[in-house]
Each structure stands twice: as structure tokens, then as C-alpha cells.
Design a protein around this ligand. Structure first.
Ligand SMILES: *Cc1c(COP(=O)(O)O)cnc(C)c1O
Length: 395
């Protein structure tokens, strides 16, 4: 059993807890003081010394982000690229793949809109086809259906671990066992799982993984990272290159870096990058298993409490659930529910069909309200949300 999270300390170290009930951690979590201070300190240093000079003075701190991320996801530092968002991380991997007519890309119902838009663009350009693997009776990706579809024409399996629009945790490691056996590259969108659940690329068996800084990791906005396995790096040509990703070696020649940083650009927000490293270390300091335990338990209590409010329906499906809780209120559009909750001092968000058509479309849901908990949230926070809903549902 992991040492439980010391909630009082977590809240003391989270200034936002004094202002708001923040249940939008799947959107952007509240930054803890160490992250805030690291970012501000570097901005001040840049103002004092100059941007390049500040980067040189803090080179060791900036480089430390790679081993930190490697520790978090169980890979090696040279398999990590730090970029400005999860989408850019995912895109750099996806657009490095070469598809031909008839190639198949397998994905999940849970898939995020930006990923599907990229699949459709690539399919339109190359003649590849996109196939959605069915969900099983629990509402998670059907491993049996994936197995049926995996054959020689499949060039990529790209799925979402935890979707933006529900509490589902897809069976990432079972998917990895199948893709490994079939020798098919596996790209995992771990944007909503990293920081709230243990994510180990070795256990999962994915070849590429994308994540963001600002969600459950509590890092600064404008940060994300990509993991690419050693097995694949040299085979993936980044969709664009610069003088950091490659070296201009002669009048007509260049050489691409041999590590995952070939997916980065030279220019970067150094303050944010330092902040990301601090956020990762901070999460590791609590222990990811302790975080998962608290987040999952809080979310389960929230679902239980919501289910007892007349007119409120919990919409999460899946065998295994996480810290994202989604629901609808009879007769009240999700956007209006969110607005009322904001007025009551409770931050939530809305997942609308355009961000997850394969899933919300199939379930006939135009939108759901999303309340996503973190370990610094409390039972009182949950109660505040439910009391606000009680009065809303009673109208
Ligand atoms: C938020 C999200 C993304 C995009 O992350 P960015 O950092 O905004 O690019 C991708 N996939 C899922 C499942 C998400 O929830």
C-alpha cells in the first residue's frame, strides 16, 4: 500500500485551493507552488541576464527534465522529446509514419478529435483507411475485436488511454500485447492518464506515447512530451526538421539526430520546460500510486453521490474508471450546467460531441459535463458540486 497523500499539505502547496473548487483537472490542473516558483524564477532570470544567458545558466535544470520524464514513464532519457503540447507530440509521431493505399489505421471509439482529424487527413492524402475498433460490453476497447482486425495491412494502432469525455481507462497493456505479437507500431495518447495513473511504457508495450504538462501532471500550459521507443526512432522521419532536429553537414547534406529530440524544435519556452520537470518530480514525490488511489476513490464517491441526485445521470462507462467523472442533467444543456456551477464557485468543463464523435455520437450524447478530481480535492469539494446540482435539478 502506498503512503496516502497528505491532503492538507497538498492544499497548502496549491494556492488555487483558497479561491475555487477546481474540478477541471482534466482541462488544466492547479499548479503547485514549486512549479509556479520555478517558472517565475526563470522568467525573472531571463529579464535580468538575457534569454540565452539564462538558459546557459540553468542548462542542467533544463536537461534534467528528460531523466525526470523517463523515470515517470519507465523509458530512457534519449527516448523523450519535450514539445509544446500533447497534440504536437502526437502529430510529430503520427505524421512521421508513411502510409500507402490500402494501409489500415486502427483506432478506438474513445479517440480525441485532433487525432481523428489527422487520421482523416492522412487517409485523404495516401489512400490509407481508418477503422474504429468496437467497444466491448463494458464500454472499453474490445481486445477481441482488435485481435480480429489485426493483420498484415494494419500499419498503425493509435488509441487513447483515457479519453477526454469519460472516466474510462482503456486496456492499454492488453492492446500492447497484441500489437507486439503482430509487430505493428502502437501510438498511445496518454494525455489524460499521465499524472493520475501509473503509466509505464514497458508494461504497456507501446512504441510511441504522447502526453501534456498542464492536465493531471499540474505543469505549466504550453508543455507536452513524446516518447518514442529506441526500436523506432531511427525509422521515423519527423514531418519537419530544423537545426536542432538535424545538423547541416555540407552544402547538400544534413543529418537527423539519432535520439527522440529529432521531434523537437530549437526554440522552446525554457521557463515552462523547467516547470514541466518540476511538475514531474513533484508528482513522483507524492507517488503515482498514491495519487491514483486518492483520485480514483474521490471520483468513485462523486459518481455515487451524483447518482442519487434526481435528474442527474452519470455517463461514464468502462471496466476500469479514473478521476474523470461525466454526467448529464435532464432538460438542462451541459453548457448551462457548467455555467451555473461556475457561478457557484465550482470549476468543471463540458465535453461536446465535436471533441469525441465516435464515442459521444454512438451514445447519442450531444455533450456531457465533466468534473475531474485531483488528489488535492476533498469531500467538501464534491459536496459543493452536488449541492449546486441539487438546486439546479430541482428548478
Ligand atoms: C487534452 C487532450 C489532448 C490534447 O492535449 P494538448 O496538450 O491540448 O495538445 C489529446 N488527447 C486527449 C485524450 C486529451 O484529453
Amino acid at each position: 500500500m502506498p503512503e496516502p497523500v497528505n491532503v492538507a499539505r497538498a492544499r497548502r502547496e496549491t494556492p488555487g485551493c483558497a479561491n475555487v473548487v477546481h474540478l477541471n483537472n482534466a482541462g488544466a490542473a492547479l499548479a503547485p507552488i514549486p512549479v509556479l516558483e520555478a517558472v517565475v524564477e526563470h522568467l525573472r532570470l531571463e529579464a535580468r541576464l538575457g534569454g540565452y544567458e539564462a538558459a546557459a545558466a540553468r542548462a542542467a535544470r533544463i536537461d534534467a527534465v528528460y531523466p525526470s520524464i523517463a523515470r515517470l514513464i519507465g523509458c530512457r532519457p534519449h527516448e523523450v522529446a519535450v514539445v509544446e503540447s500533447a497534440t504536437r507530440a502526437w502529430d510529430m509521431a503520427f505524421y512521421a509514419m508513411r502510409f500507402r493505399p490500402g494501409d489500415r489505421i486502427l483506432t478506438s471509439r474513445a479517440e480525441y478529435a485532433s487525432n481523428v482529424i489527422a487520421f482523416l487527413q492522412a487517409a485523404g492524402r495516401t489512400g490509407a483507411r481508418v477503422e474504429v475498433v468496437e467497444d466491448d460490453e463494458h464500454g472499453q476497447l474490445s481486445v477481441a475485436d482488435l485481435q480480429r482486425r489485426l493483420d498484415d495491412d494494419v500499419k498503425l494502432v493509435a488509441v487513447t488511454h483515457v479519453p477526454t469525455q469519460s472516466g474510462l481507462v482503456n486496456p492499454a497493456a492488453e492492446i500492447g500485447r497484441l500489437t507486439r505479437a503482430a509487430g505493428v507500431p502502437y501510438l498511445l495518447d496518454a494525455c489524460q492518464s499521465v499524472g493520475q495513473l501509473p503509466v509505464d511504457v514497458g508494461e504497456i508495450g507501446c512504441d510511441m506515447l504522447s502526453a501534456t504538462g498542464r492536465k493531471f501532471l499540474r505543469g505549466p500550459r504550453g508543455t507536452g512530451f513524446l516518447y518514442v521507443s529506441d526500436r523506432l526512432i531511427e525509422k521515423l522521419e519527423p514531418p519537419f526538421l530544423d537545426l536542432h532536429a538535424a545538423t547541416w553537414t555540407g552544402p547538400q547534406t544534413y543529418e537527423i539526430r539519432s535520439d527522440a529530440r529529432r521531434f523537437e524544435a530549437w526554440e522552446t519556452n525554457c521557463a515552462a520546460k523547467i516547470g514541466l520537470g518540476v511538475a514531474v518530480d513533484y508528482a513522483l514525490g507524492w507517488g503515482i500510486e498514491a495519487i491514483e488511489e486518492r483520485v480514483t476513490a474521490l471520483a468513485a464517491r462523486l459518481r455515487h453521490r451524483l447518482a442519487r441526485i434526481p435528474g442527474v445521470s452519470v455517463q461514464d462507462r468502462g471496466r476500469r474508471l479514473c478521476g474523470i467523472v461525466t454526467f448529464t442533467v435532464d432538460g438542462v444543456p451541459a453548457a448551462e450546467v457548467r455555467q451555473q456551477l461556475t457561478a457557484a464557485g465550482v470549476n468543471t468543463s463540458v465535453s461536446a460531441i465535436a471533441s469525441a464523435r465516435y464515442d459521444l455520437g454512438a451514445r447519442g450524447l450531444p455533450a456531457v459535463v465533466r468534473a475531474s478530481v485531483h488528489y488535492y480535492n476533498t469531500d467538501e469539494d464534491i459536496e459543493r458540486l452536488c449541492l449546486a446540482l441539487d438546486s439546479l435539478a430541482a428548478v
